[in-house]
Write a protein that binds this ligand. Sequence first.
Ligand SMILES: C[S@@+](CC[C@H](N)C(=O)[O-])C[C@H]1O[C@@H](n2cnc3c(N)ncnc32)[C@H](O)[C@@H]1O
Ligand SMILES: *[C@@H]1O[C@H](CO)[C@@H](O)[C@H](O)[C@H]1NC(C)=O
Ligand SMILES: *[C@@H]1O[C@H](CO)[C@@H](O)[C@H](O)[C@H]1NC(C)=O
Length: 314
Amino acid sequence: MIQYSNIDFPAAVITATAKITSAFHRRGYTKPAAYFVILLLSYYLGYLSAVPKNPSDVRQQHYSATTTVNPPPQAAVDHYQFQTQCATPLPSHLVRQTILTRIFNGTSPYHGFPQPHIKPLLRQKRIKGWGSTGAVFKNLINKVRPTTVIEIGTFLGASAIHMAELTRQLGLDTQILCIDDFRGWPGLPNQFRDIKMINGDTMLLYQFIQNVVQVNATEAILFLPFSTGSTLDRLCEWGVLADLIEVDAGHDFHSAWSDINRAYKLLRPGGVIFGHDYFTVADNRGVRRAVNMFARVNGLRVKADGQHWVLGSL
Ligand SMILES: C[S@@+](CC[C@H](N)C(=O)[O-])C[C@H]1O[C@@H](n2cnc3c(N)ncnc32)[C@H](O)[C@@H]1O
Ligand SMILES: *[C@@H]1O[C@H](CO)[C@@H](O)[C@H](O)[C@H]1NC(C)=O
Ligand SMILES: *[C@@H]1O[C@H](CO)[C@@H](O)[C@H](O)[C@H]1NC(C)=O
């Protein structure tokens, strides 16, 4: 769509017309040619004044032409209103089977991996993370000794695999649930050229699975390959709660705000929620603003651990 809403159009067109006219004069063209151009521009000007300046006006016109009912008043957005009550908590030993049944039709998603056509596209192990082995992971796992962990934002599994190793060292039987759509972000293939793409489908999920298989962590780690919002709401409905929740998906304010609000109610009593990029500038402070606002609204105090923020009973 042409963006002309920010331009004062008549002034711009008049200036352009004057320039074109004087150019015609300089090049020695006849006056009729110049008048013809002015005539054309006048038509264009008339056309523009008949079309709304702001593209959103155009949309509104379409809506009012096709929509006869106004939206009901309860559609008004309440930014603070997230579902607060989840289903009766599932015992932690039922978490894995519940996910397998409800998401994977009862079959392990590791079964038969890698399919023959996928295998040549993968590297044996390809892990890259950001602050994924920071001290905060060890600090919190030692303190909380979680039986269920939810990770929101997994990428190639660096932090998930680190947590699996830490819980294994402590002899805990911990189930780590990784929520990620495994799309990364638009432009990912230009940055990670060794992660292949087929018909627009990035192999991020398969490379993540390959990494988990490579470190023998398929029992500890289960993945939920969907958007964070819909998945967190489902976990709430199913009563899948966690002792430890890591937030590291979308780093803009709105994503972080939504993820934190949706995740906080999944904490078991005594649980801890934490996340990356409280102190890095990578997110333009979107994460920090979301975390601070969440803490203020809920009367909590934010603790910092390295680059991470931590909220919860410690
Ligand atoms: C910074 S990376 C996670 C890094 C990982 N925690 C680590 O330390 O190695 C962010 C991930 O969030 C995922 N993500 C971002 N927004 C998402 C959304 N709305 N739903 C699902 N996944 C999302 C991306 O696919 C990406 O893999
Ligand atoms: C799910 O499992 C049922 C029973 O095992 C099977 O009949 C069905 O084909 C499966 N659905 C898919 C999508 O694999
Ligand atoms: C995974 O298990 C295999 C076979 O049981 C073993 O050979 C390999 O060393 C293990 N890898 C790791 C990283 O523990």
